[in-house]
Design a protein around this ligand. Structure first.
Ligand code: A2P
Length: 326
């Protein structure tokens, strides 16, 4: 009996998109998950109760994610329709004639007939071709001037075709969203962006909320494994102020910062390849943060706390974080 109560209290729930479809509020992140680790991580996550997996072509591990999904379906643990699978169109495939092929590659790699959600990964396009990060002789990324608005118009028919349930964007600033909304027949359901207490996206969130666009929080734990992390940079999970809140609530800092996103109504995508962490990151439905604690966490924003600045494509006319305050 007690076990059941605990189970129920720890169950995730769904949010509703502007198109009426639902999405589990917590999903497993797979950015930086090595191909050799991600299959087991996704299997563990599904066993623990995750039903939402966040993927991308550029993460280089979609085949291995697909292997886990196939295994859990064939074991009878889940059915395809129980899962919510997201992937993202990479920057080298923005040209409208390349969009469907890129999606088909992802579907093939994941072993799926359709995606629940497909996002334009970044607004800025890179030179079309086989390299995900095409560079010139000086090692500088080569850009393409394809307009993300045209990319969006190529995505819409793929919803009609039944290959995608929902479409959205990632890393778009508010002006880019405004441009998109001007031409969109299908509204983006979400803007997936970096979001955590050091960079809480309050303005972008308010802007998106007014327009029925959900914020999906990536790097919610402050991505301690980001490849460009430097010694001495603030470490979210080590923050003593967060530790004090976590201790008071009898939770871990990770659980508190994940619950922070839930309280704000944001979808949240913690990445882990460690079974115990995958499990504990899911144990966030048996407690709440008070309005006072949420307000306190809101004050932790560092203003310049962005951890994923995408410096490699600075100078691109559609770089989202240059010349835009939010
Ligand atoms: P690992 O994958 O080795 O378990 P983010 O989701 O913000 O990108 O953060 C991912 C990073 O945080 C990874 O290094 C992951 O490690 C680590 N991580 C995930 N969950 C926890 C947790 N509960 N406690 C501490 N570190 C965690």
């Amino acid at each position: 009996m007690l076990k059941n109560v605990y189970k129920m209290a720890s169950k995730s729930f769904n949010v509703k998109f502007n198109n009426g479809l639902e999405c589990p509020i917590i999903g497993l992140g797979t950015w930086k998950s090595k191909p050799g680790e991600v299959t087991q991580a996704v299997k563990d996550a599904i066993d623990i109760g995750y039903r939402h997996i966040d993927c991308a072509h550029v993460y280089g591990n979609e085949k291995e994610v697909g292997a886990a999904i196939a295994a859990k379906i064939s074991e009878g643990v889940i059915k395809r329709e129980d899962l919510f699978i997201t992937s993202k169109l990479w920057n080298t495939y923005h040209r409208p004639d390349l969009v469907r092929g890129a999606l088909e590659t992802t579907l093939r790699d994941l072993g799926l007939q359709y995606l629940d959600l497909y996002l334009i990964h970044w607004p800025q396009a890179y030179k079309e071709g086989p390299e995900n990060f095409p560079t010139d002789e000086n090692g500088k990324i080569q850009f393409s001037d394809v307009d993300y608005v045209d990319t969006w118009k190529a995505l819409e028919p793929l919803v009609e075709a039944g290959l995608l349930r929902s479409i959205g964007v990632s890393n778009f600033n508010h002006r880019q969203l405004l441009r998109l909304l001007e031409v969109a027949t299908i509204k983006p359901v979400t803007n997936q962006v970096e979001c955590h207490p050091y960079f809480n996206q309050a303005r972008l969130k308010a802007f998106c909320e007014e327009r029925g666009i959900k914020i999906t929080a990536y790097s919610p734990l402050g991505s301690p494994d980001r490849p460009w992390a430097q010694p001495g940079e603030p470490q979210l999970l080590q923050d003593p102020k967060l530790k004090a809140i976590a201790d008071r609530l009898g939770k871990t800092v990770a659980q508190v910062v994940l619950r922070y996103q839930i309280e704000r109504g944001n979808i949240v995508l913690p990445k882990s390849v460690t079974k115990e962490r995958i499990a504990s990151n899911f144990q966030i439905f048996d407690f709440k943060l008070s309005a006072e604690d949420v307000a306190l966490l809101d004050t932790f924003d560092l203003k310049n706390g962005r951890l994923v600045p995408m410096t490699a494509s600075l100078g691109h006319k559609y770089h989202p974080f240059e010349n835009d305050e939010y």
